[in-house]
Design a protein around this ligand. Sequence first.
Ligand code: DGL
Length: 259
Amino acid sequence: MIGFFDSGIGGTSIWSEVVKILPYEDTLLIADSKNAPYGTKNKDEVIFLCEKNTEFLLENDSKIIVVACNTATTQAISYLREKYSVPFIGIEPAIKPASLQTKTKVIGILATQGTLNSKLFHQTSQLFAVRNGIKIIEQIGYGLVELIENGQLNSPKMFSLLKKYLTPMIAQNIDYLVLGCTHYPYLIPIIKQILPAHIQIVDSGRAVARQTKKVLEQNQLLTSSVYSAKHLWITTKNRNILSQFAPQNVQIKYLEKIS
Ligand code: DGL
């Protein structure tokens, strides 16, 4: 079983990429929507929630855990790796590929407050962008996760928030927009209506999937099954909203509390 968790439905965007390249692996995903967003919580609170999620996944036979949340990765992954012996796969904004490919030397990033204020993000930006003379336009995606979690993905409010956040980036000549939150790939169709066509949008889903496969191989943990896999998604809040993101082969369950 591959375990996944996120503060909400965002983890499902990572799950989709992993399942594409590891189709025979059973999966269990926690969408902790009751506690979303994690991005505005302090480090201790995020660690506490990540521990609960991890323990639940371990009790249910996860052999590897994908922390499918940028905020949880930046705040808690080192702690989790020290405390538990299973491999953890984390997710970070794709600053490196964007920095290597930008021509205008200006890239934009949309992420949560927790991610943008983290030490890990600061280090990555220094290493790959700032030291190479690349300017990063940072924008906290205030309200975006909350709207997605409330079923208002395709709302006028979402469009106007995104327009407000992206317009200054366009004016400053970005040619790459990094999506630093696993909820945001679901916004791509709306973002494309706002950004000029030459601006590339990058997220980390595929890289995380490849890394998950590699770590399973290295630890000889790949399944030998060739039968269709079982997939269960658990939500701590609203079954109906999570179902809108689920393919047909996924079972969905509501659990009030993960403990
Ligand atoms: N999907 C989470 C992330 O990637 C959302 C953050 C939050 O809950 O604030 O950061």
